[in-house]
Design a protein around this ligand. Structure first.
Ligand code: HEM
Ligand SMILES: *[C@@H]1O[C@H](CO)[C@@H](O)[C@H](O)[C@H]1NC(C)=O
Ligand SMILES: *[C@@H]1O[C@H](CO)[C@@H](O)[C@H](O)[C@H]1NC(C)=O
Ligand SMILES: *[C@@H]1O[C@H](CO)[C@@H](O)[C@H](O)[C@H]1NC(C)=O
Length: 393
């Protein structure tokens, strides 16, 4: 046994070393590096090398226009590399959002926060965000206190402990209370039956703003099961996503955005934003007095007609998520993070620059791409006519 180990170990170490060199060279390739006098490259840790925004003032920064509008909707990963520094986006909605997030976490504690026993990954995310990323990136908002290294949040005038609370759900709650971004942690919890490659499962989350799904119902699930209701996922995304998740290197960060239209302004929504192929309309009436179609045994067509009739333009929101994905170096967990944007349709019309028309075209294009069922899934059959008419009026 020992002699086998003696034989194998050098190869394993060599392979590990080469793997490390490969990973570090990958994460470096996009950056400029100074070499010292000896011509040796300085080792740069991408997790420490965060570019600061020294003059950032969240109060005067309007939210970005995030929705990716395409005249034809094609279901693809559509990922774009971004610097790890750009992981979190902030704007003048910050403090209001923090209040909303805290309210939602209080009223829906088990729907917004959960974790399996994956404490090290939660702690790694917490420590890196609070001690390194936030104070480095936003030095005007998150300021290390002179004693003990805790962080002062200057927007809320609160101290954030730099050491994660022992209970991981508390750690997640602190993140959810101080950052207007939802976080989901994934780990390679199973292997593909075909080739043994790792399959990522959702193992922890703090999501205050789910757009029409129950995050807790997805805990422990692999990506494919999480996306089961998404039409076209198996055919168009599953393979490439599993491959991508298995391979994303340390130090790399990717971004994608999506959009939809919601007929209410609820940021926390465990149902109601989708129609499913099985005919379930998943309709959460925003007010208890509104119709409760499913209970009345109406056919899908009848439900759609009724929902169409109750589309109320001032209640509608263009909703969009800026989603990012990166790997934590120690635990190798993947962090899927998203910030939610909401725009009133009146506001959209004031964007100018043809934005309202491009949105109208994108709405009409939902059913014209590689997965026409997307229009049904996103409830376009309910809101499209009325909303497009308004955007062009
Ligand atoms: C970067 C890779 C990912 C891609 C390309 C992707 C793609 C999609 C797409 C196309 C949809 C349909 C809604 C839309 O965006 O228009 C969707 C829905 C969803 N995704 Fe992802 N996704 C990704 C990662 C994740 C991760 C990591 C999670 C959670 C751990 C997740 C959770 C969900 C959930 C919960 C839904 C809603 C499903 C429902 O209706 O119940 N996604 N995703
Ligand atoms: C229909 O499908 C959705 C999404 O997969 C699921 O949540 C719901 O329970 C299903 N409803 C029925 C009646 O089968
Ligand atoms: C965007 O995608 C996420 C996850 O991939 C999904 O949970 C969410 O419902 C989508 N949101 C919108 C506004 O389309
Ligand atoms: C709906 O259908 C179920 C089962 O078919 C029945 O038990 C129930 O009484 C019906 N409800 C109404 C309001 O018609």
């Amino acid at each position: 046994m020992e002699s086998i180990l003696l034989f194998v170990l050098p190869f394993v170490s060599l392979a590990a070393f080469l793997g490390w060199r490969y990973i570090t060279s990958q994460s470096r390739s996009s950056k400029q590096h100074d070499s010292n006098e000896k011509g040796v490259l300085d080792e740069i840790d991408p997790y420490q090398d965060i570019e600061p925004l020294p003059d950032f003032d969240w109060k005067t920064t309007p939210p970005i226009k995030n929705a990716p509008l395409k005249p034809v909707y094609h279901l693809t990963m559509a990922l774009e590399n971004i610097p790890l520094s750009s992981l979190i986006d902030m704007d003048n909605t910050y403090l209001t959002r923090l209040h909303t997030r805290r309210e939602i976490m209080t009223t829906h504690p088990t729907a917004t926060i959960a974790c399996t026993p994956c404490v090290p990954a939660v702690n790694e995310l917490y420590t890196w965000l609070i001690k390194t990323y936030l104070p480095k990136r936003f030095p005007t908002i998150y300021i290390p206190t002179p004693t003990g290294g805790d962080i002062l949040n200057t927007a809320s005038s609160e101290i954030i402990p730099s050491v994660p609370p022992p209970d991981p759900t508390q750690a997640l709650k602190v993140l959810g209370s101080h950052i207007d971004t939802d976080f989901l942690l994934l780990l390679p919890s199973s292997q593909s039956a075909k080739d043994g490659s790792p399959i990522y499962h959702l193992e922890a989350f703090v999501t205050c703003f789910p757009s029409g799904f129950s995050t807790r119902a997805k805990l422990s699930c692999p990506l494919a099961e999480i996306h089961a209701p998404v039409p076209g996922y198996t055919a168009k995304l599953e393979k490439s996503m599993d491959r991508f998740f298995a391979r994303i290197e340390c130090g790399r960060c990717v971004k994608r955005s999506n959009w939809s239209l919601t007929t209410n302004d609820l940021l926390f929504s465990e149902g109601g934003n989708h129609l499913y192929e099985n005919g379930s309309t998943d309709y959460d009436a925003p007010h208890p007095n509104d119709n409760d179609d499913a209970k009345q045994n109406l056919s899908t067509e009848e439900q759609i007609l009724r929902q169409k009739a109750s589309v109320h333009i001032p209640s509608c929101r263009l909703r969009s998520e800026r989603q990012t994905l990166f790997r934590l170096p120690q635990t190798q967990a993947l962090v899927f993070a998203f910030k939610t944007y909401q725009y009133r349709l009146e506001e959209v019309k004031e964007f100018g620059d043809g934005y309202a028309e491009r949105l109208a075209e994108a709405m009409e294009g939902l059913g014209k791409g590689n997965v026409p069922e997307m229009e049904f899934y996103k409830r376009g059959v309910v809101w499209r006519e009325r909303v497009v008419e308004f955007l062009r009026s």
